[in-house]
Design a protein around this ligand. Sequence first.
Ligand code: DON
Length: 430
Amino acid sequence: LAPAIRLARDGFPVDGVFIRLAKSRLEAIRTYAATANVFLVNNEVPAAGSVLKQPDLANTLAAIALKGRDGFYKGFIGAQMVDEVRRAGGLWATDDLFNYAVKVREPLTAMYRGYRIVSAPPPSSGGVALIEILNILATYELPRLDEATRTHVIVEAMRRAYRDRAEFLGDPDFTQVPLERLMHPWYAAGLRATLRLDRATSSSELPGVESPPQGPHTTHYSILDKEGNRVAATVTLNFPFGSGFLVPGTGVVLNNEMDDFSVKPGVPNGFGLIGGDANAIAAGKRPLSSMAPSFIEAPDGNVAILGTPGGSRIISMVLLAALDFMDGHTPDSWVTKGRFHHQYLPDIVQYEENGLPGLVIAGLRQRGHRLEQTTFRYGNMQAILWDRKHNRVLAAADPRGIGSAQVILHAAKNTPSKANPKPTAQQRKQ
Ligand code: DON
């Protein structure tokens, strides 16, 4: 935790990304004086280059470094969090916090055309949806299809998997998630049979999600060490600055993960996702996620380690990167390539500026798809290729973010990857 403590205590220079995110959440930040005191200067977003320090957070991190889990959930910090959340009208009880425990779960695994996929299990929908999409795609010769048809097929697979996400996915401790069925190749074959190459399926033609209305911030990192141990980790606060509520005296900003529950059947969350009973709010239940930290192991032994923030779009981003890897491209291409997305509802193919060539847009429109260019570029993918065939490691950080990727050959020698020739000042210091 030392680097994190140092960054909190000594501060970091505010950059353009911070300014953009703080502006997007200004109202939430201003709602709470303790949050505004840390992240704003005179109640305004600080100027680029000014140093932002978080001394309370440094103390909290130091308590965790010293006492581990108990340093956070017990003692002063735990008591302070419960008191302050209750003072602000929240419903926390001391036991909720003290009894909270991380659950270690087995990742999901599946095979796609000789590639082994290892990804996040429920309560994330990331792995299930990724595997379901790949299963639907498995019998198409994607590289041989013209790009419009290929994009159409991928969009249709996304549509079907995101529909299932809305109906079936939730905390497996509360909801029976039919994992085996959703990840079974025969199930995918059934879905594929409803897919036509010449026209878009309307999301309304798919079975509606059960339980009719009755009465982004996230970080991903990928690591590979010299022994071949790997980490793909995504952590989320949901929106930038979480709920905007900073617990006074602790420096800890609380997330707004409640948005990842289906607040009311059929009502979209902050990312436009809908859900039903499977992901309804209940005491002690964990919200559904789209996080999809993944390993993709190729038949030739090569391994991709990847993941990204991006709310509902995480699954489609990881999918597109996985397909790009399977097409023989390297991480700089996975993280850079323009992105498109379909999440069942709204029934729209979203794409980034330059995400789809004109011909593909025309080909999709011709099939009856509705398309919409996003007003922003999304995602912040961090990716590694362990190219065992050529005994090399390539890494790349998404140019949409401020991260950078490094391949460290020897303890004393840093070789930044080609995609990011210049490590940031921050990283050089570390
Ligand atoms: O777990 C999820 O699916 C969301 N909380 C992720 C939100 C997110 O990625 C926002 N970041 N851009």
